[in-house]
Structures are given as C-alpha cells and as structure tokens.
Design a protein around this ligand. Sequence first.
Ligand code: ZN
Length: 493
Amino acid sequence: VPELAVASWTRFADWMATVSDLRGAAALLRWDRETAMPPAGAEGRAHQLATLAALHHRELVRPEVDDLIAELEGAELDAHQAAMVREAERDRERATRLPEELVRALSEACSRSVDVWHEARPRNDFAAFAAVLEPLVELKREEAAALDGDGEPYDALLDEFEPGARAADLEPVFAELRLRLAPLVAAAAERPAFELRRRRWPASGQLALARELASAVGFDGRAGLIAESAHPFTNGNHRGDVRFTTRMDEGEPIGNITAVLHEAGHALYEQGLPEAYERTTLYDAPSLGAHESQSRLWENHVGRSPAFWRWVAPAMRRHFPEAMDGLEPADLHRAATLVRPSPIRVAADEVTYNLHIVLRFEIEVALMRGDLAVRDLPGAWDEGLERLLGLRPPSDADGVMQDIHWADGLIGYFPTYTLGNLYAAQLAEAFEERHGDLEAHVERGEFAPLLDFLRERVHRHGRRLGTPELMRRATGRELGVDAFVAHLTAAYG
Ligand code: ZN
C-alpha cells in the first residue's frame, strides 16, 4: 500500500470511529430512557438525542471524506477495507440527501410523539396521539421524498432497515404466506384452548432464570447486562457492552423465557461481531431482517420445541418450586405453542404473527403514498384486522396504538420481522443439514453447536455482505417461505 494511502486510511479509520462512537452514545441514552430515566427527564433527553443525531449526521456527511474515499478507491485495499469504504459511501449517500434541519426535526418529533404515545395509549386517546403522529408522518414523507423523489416512497424508508428490499418484492412473499398460513390457522383454531393455571412466578426468580438461560445459550455476562422493560429490546452500544431487557409477569413464566431467548438471539449476534471491525462501518448487521433471523431462531426454533421445555423444566423447578408443583414440561410446551388469533402483535403466536405484519405493511405503504390519512388509521386498522385475522380490536389502545414503532418514526421496519422469520427457518434447516436434528441438541442443553454455526456463517461477517448474499451463503437457499411453512407444519400442523 503506497504511503499516501496509509495516511488516508488512518484518517478514514478515525472518521469511522467518530461516527461509530456518536451512534453508540445515542444508543446508550436511548437505553437509559427506556430503563431508568425519570419521567421528568423526557424533554431534556429529547434535546440531547436530537443534538447527537445532528452531530452524527454532520460527521457522516463531512465533505472532506469524499476526497479520502476517492483516494482510497484508487489504492489497493483488502476485501474488508474495500467493504468498509463501500458501506461508508452508502451511509454518506443516504445522509447527504437529508438536510440537517430535517434530521433534527425528525429526532425531536419522534421523542415528542413517543412521549405522547406513552400517555395517550393507556387513556385510549387516539386523537391526542394523532395530533403528534400527523406532523411526524409528514416529516417521514419529506424524508422519503428527499431520499428518492421518484420511487415508491415506502422503499426509501424500508431501505434504511433492509437495504435493497422493495415493497414490490415483498408483496408476493406476503401474498404466498397469507395463502399458505390460512389452513394452519384454521387447523389450530380447532384445537382446545390451553392456558397454565394462574400461579405466582416471583419476578426475582424470573430475573435469575433469565440470567441463567442467557448464559446457557452463550450470552457473555461480562460484556453485557439484562434489565427489565415493558417492551423488550436489545442495544449493542459498543464492543463489550451489549444489553437487553426482558418483561416479567408474575402471573405466568413463559413471556419472560421467550423474550429472553429472542433478545439473547439479538445480543449473541452483537457479541459475535468481529473485533477487527470494531468502530468501523462493518461493525453491525447488514439489516434488521438479518438481526431478526437470529432472535427468531432462538425464540421459535429452539424455544418453542418440546425438547426445550424438557430441558428448562428442572431450572424452573429450582426457581419456582411452588408454582411448578404438578406442572409437566408438556404443559409448558402446550402453553408456549398455543395458536389463537389475538389483536395484539406481541402476544401473537408463531402461526398468526406474520398476518399482523401484513396489516402494518399495507397500512404503511398507503400512509406513505398519501392514500391514507392519519385520522383514518383506526378505521383502516380495524377493517384490516378483521379481514386478516377475523377479529376486531377491543380498543384503539389495543388496536392501532399498540406498537411504539410509528410513534418512534419507525415506518418500513415491520417487514423485517417477517423476513427474520423466513431466514430463521432457512438457517435452522441449514444447521440440521450440517449437524443433525436441532431438537436433539436442545434436549441435551447443547447450544454451542448452534451458536458456533451462527458465529461462523452469520455473525463474523458483520456488515461485509448484503443480507441476501449473506443468507444465500449461510443457507444455500434463496429467500422463500418453504422452510418457514415446513417448520410451522411440523410444529403445529
Ligand atoms: Zn427482535
């Protein structure tokens, strides 16, 4: 490498580190907002986050970096360095199209609207929420127009979470999924409902079990921590600090366990990103769909199998000797795999879950095209839920206002959950081709082979490969619904 390029590389690496530090600092402020911040801190925190978003944006679009990138493109870089430059260009191109005032306005509008959502939802007050959501949706449409004035507005937003994905490509996938899920939903509805009898599952035991479970699947507690929040999430703040939350209901134990497996799946991915990529553009997953493939694999393919409940039952007996009295692993498994259409996405079973995503996808596309107004959201929601799941929501709070995503400006995000489900099923098939029956490993509590497989085929690549290419190499398959439907048919058919 010529000397000029060495000096340029050093400056480029410094720039990547700065961008990455600003992003990590904002992530930590958001973690604190959701887990520890007192309510009176909301306004001050919104200013801090908006300032960091503006600084991050300013750094991202710094004009001198164009010259650096031009120099480096003429230099001889290794494949990793070339990928860092390529991803830097992608990030810069996106950011350059967005004026800093819009970035700041969006950050502030999101903070305000999340705040109002937290208050308006328990009061079932859609009008109050609509008053902040309307200007936010306008800003999102401005954002989409700034990113790509000619294309489908939705695609410009989707591209942030799932680079390269387009609404027109997702539509046939969703259509096929709807068609093939219908008989499974109908068959499951015939089976009798089953719920664990209400008993007391103390939160202290649930948190202890969460730690034990996370550690058993490979979560490194010296490089992360677990807390509680109403809506579980994972934050990879920076290398050595990966955190996730779980939710605990003292009336039942299963929500905590499935949340821990889900979030641990995200956290294992973050902890498995290669050290060589630290503070570079590659220290990340290539998309949220790729990220979600990990959480869904641990939650659904590991955590909803009969073998998992046989394996975890002794630990549950230790933590909850009274509540577990007379309960068999088969009871826990039945409760964890009950299929019942629910108006609530986060309470949905594996079979009906993706129909909730179809509903949100259809509504978001219409909102962004301007075919649907914010004030008409409740009607569109109720009609769609009825059409897709045969239900009416009991209220706006448990209907159109149930998710935090829109309040936080996350439009174009939901489809990544379904992509995650599809990729997870394909990864599970690929694992079994190489290592045999996944359930046999789970039965013995042997999670290392699955984690090693994911480290090798997914985690260690960071963001070096785009998601379709990453998954094609990892699974030997093109994206499709076959593996997912086969998994559901085996588990629920
Ligand atoms: Zn997730």
